[in-house]
Ligand binder design. Structure first.
Ligand SMILES: [Fe+2]
Length: 260
């Protein structure tokens, strides 16, 4: 398996570089995805080890991390956007790319199905129901590993004065306020639909609401240690309702870290 993993890393690295572009905006987007892929792979391995996965399962988690966003590159080359709503779901596209790769056939059928499921479910609002507890577990690992890194990616753009430095494929960055329906849902601790994001403030609320979807205490500790929640909260408008939502969120964080 280690040899197969080396082959996979070599292929993925060359594949991502094949999308490099002389267009500065395109190049910036591709580099963000390449760096993200590296960090998410590391996060998957670290989380799998923290959960005491056996070596074979740590390797499966590594494969899932490495390929979770493989569909992003084809998505960009076809549609010139990273916006799923304007193109195609990048996780569904990713499993199509993987199905074309001969070296994936070296995985046994159960491992292949597991990798496929976790990648396809990494970006869905909720994980599709299945009786297979292993599939659910690996989907939870990639969802946590991915979220943890997206907090890193987002950090430099939190202050409104930096919002215009965001890649152009991210919409609605010029407005700092939070839409009223997003405020209401945040106060109640209810999930919001990322497709309804209209402003940069809405985007921050969606990222904060992800905290309710973090699966493992390991991930929550990393999020807290790295100060990601505080940095988002500091960049929210001062508002009584928002403060109530933040209080609820902090109670949830304390509970997850204390209980698992
Ligand atoms: Fe993704």
């Amino acid at each position: 398996m280690r040899e197969l993993l080396s082959e996979m890393h070599r292929w993925m690295s060359a594949y991502m570089k094949s999308f490099y572009s002389a267009d500065e905006e395109v190049q910036r987007g591709i580099l963000i995805k390449e760096t993200h892929t590296g960090y998410v792979t590391v996060n998957c391995v670290e989380l799998a080890k923290a959960l005491n996965f056996p070596p074979h399962d740590v390797e499966l988690a590594e494969i899932i991390g490495l390929f979770h966003d493989v569909g992003r590159f084809r998505q960009y080359s076809i549609y010139k956007t990273f916006n799923d709503a304007d193109s195609e779901d990048h996780a569904d596209l990713g499993i199509k790319v993987i199905a074309e790769l001969d070296f994936f056939k070296k995985l046994d059928a159960a491992d292949y199905a597991l990798v496929e499921f976790a990648i396809q479910q990494h970006n869905k609002k909720v994980i599709a129901p299945t009786d297979d507890a292993r599939k659910i577990l690996f989907a939870k690992v990639i969802r946590d590993a991915d979220k943890l890194d997206i907090y890193r990616v987002l950090e430099p753009f939190l202050a409104q004065e930096n919002a215009d430095k965001m890649p152009k494929f991210i919409k609605g960055v010029e407005r700092a306020e939070i839409s009223p329906d997003f405020v209401e849902k945040f106060v109640r601790g209810e999930q919001v639909d990322y497709r309804e994001i209209r402003t940069n403030g809405d985007r921050k609320i969606v990222r904060l609401m992800w905290i309710y979807d973090v699966n493992f205490a390991w991930t929550m500790r990393k999020i807290v240690e790295r100060g990601y929640i505080e940095k988002i909260v500091q960049n929210l408008p001062a508002d009584e309702k928002i403060a109530a939502g933040v209080k609820l969120l902090r109670e949830h964080v304390a509970e997850v870290i204390g209980s698992l």
